[in-house]
Design a protein around this ligand. Structure first.
Ligand code: HPA
Length: 236
């Protein structure tokens, strides 16, 4: 038990999928897992544990943004002994080579968040994905015929940025593929606790062209992404 989680010791599997939305956590548990049971109900930030292809796996919602995500992830790692974290989410596109529905795998996550900055004094820590999970996700996405991009992403604290696309100008110049709101902190905490982490994103809205995913494609793409994440989280 923690202030934010009423699961008991042993209630989480060692591998956990991390969607932002609690109802997406519920949907993943009900759609993909067998024998799924709810393990967390605090603040309706739902967590579940079940089986996928005969292997134990959990799903825990993080809420939106790094402060919320950091709380759930820290406690999963410290209190519940979780060893593999796979975020499943959406990202905004920052590169015209990335089309809506494409999978973006964050090899590294830049951030404007003080959550990372304040932990390293003069250093700019480079939050990076676990290589084994990254390679497995790339393989799993390609074998499903998905268009997949592996590279830098940015985890921003600001969804409605007053500077719009300009806010990301220097990052775009440096090849950053997409913007989301959680990966950098997940990568930092995984490094701190000697665990493995990866963020897999579906690109849903291109900030450069204004192209957006439609409702049907969103659902299909989410299903593909969750299957890739489950394969990665339960493999190895
Ligand atoms: N910003 C942050 N996160 C996102 C976006 C965005 O534009 N699109 C999807 N997730």
């Amino acid at each position: 038990m923690t202030p934010h989680n009423n699961a008991k010791a042993g209630d989480y599997a060692q591998a956990v999928l991390l969607p932002g939305d609690p109802l997406r956590a519920k949907w993943i548990a009900e759609t993909f897992l067998s024998n799924a049971r709810q393990v967390n109900s605090v603040r309706n930030c739902l967590g579940y544990t079940g089986m996928w292809n005969g292997k134990p796996v959990s799903v825990q919602a993080t809420g939106m943004g790094q402060p919320s995500t950091a709380i759930y992830v820290h406690e999963l790692l410290e209190t519940y002994g979780v060893r593999k974290l796979v975020r499943v989410g959406t990202c905004g596109g920052l590169n015209t080579a990335v089309k809506v529905r494409d999978v973006v795998i964050g090899a590294a996550a830049s951030t404007d968040s003080t959550i990372v900055k304040s932990a390293f004094g003069n250093y700019n820590f480079a939050p990076a994905a676990d290589f084994a999970l990254l390679r497995a996700a790339d393989d799993a996405a390609r074998s499903r015929g998905k268009r997949v991009h592996v590279g830098g992403i940015v985890s921003s604290d600001i969804f409605y940025h007053p500077n719009g696309l300009e806010a990301y100008g220097r990052l775009i110049d440096h090849g950053v593929l997409g913007v989301e709101m959680e990966a950098a902190t997940i990568y930092m905490l995984a490094a701190r606790f000697k665990a493995q982490a990866l963020a897999i994103c579906t690109m849903t809205d291109c900030l450069i062209t204004g192209e957006e995913i439609d409702a049907d494609a969103r659902q299909n793409s989410l299903e593909d992404m969750v299957e890739i994440a489950l394969e990665v989280a339960t493999g190895g």
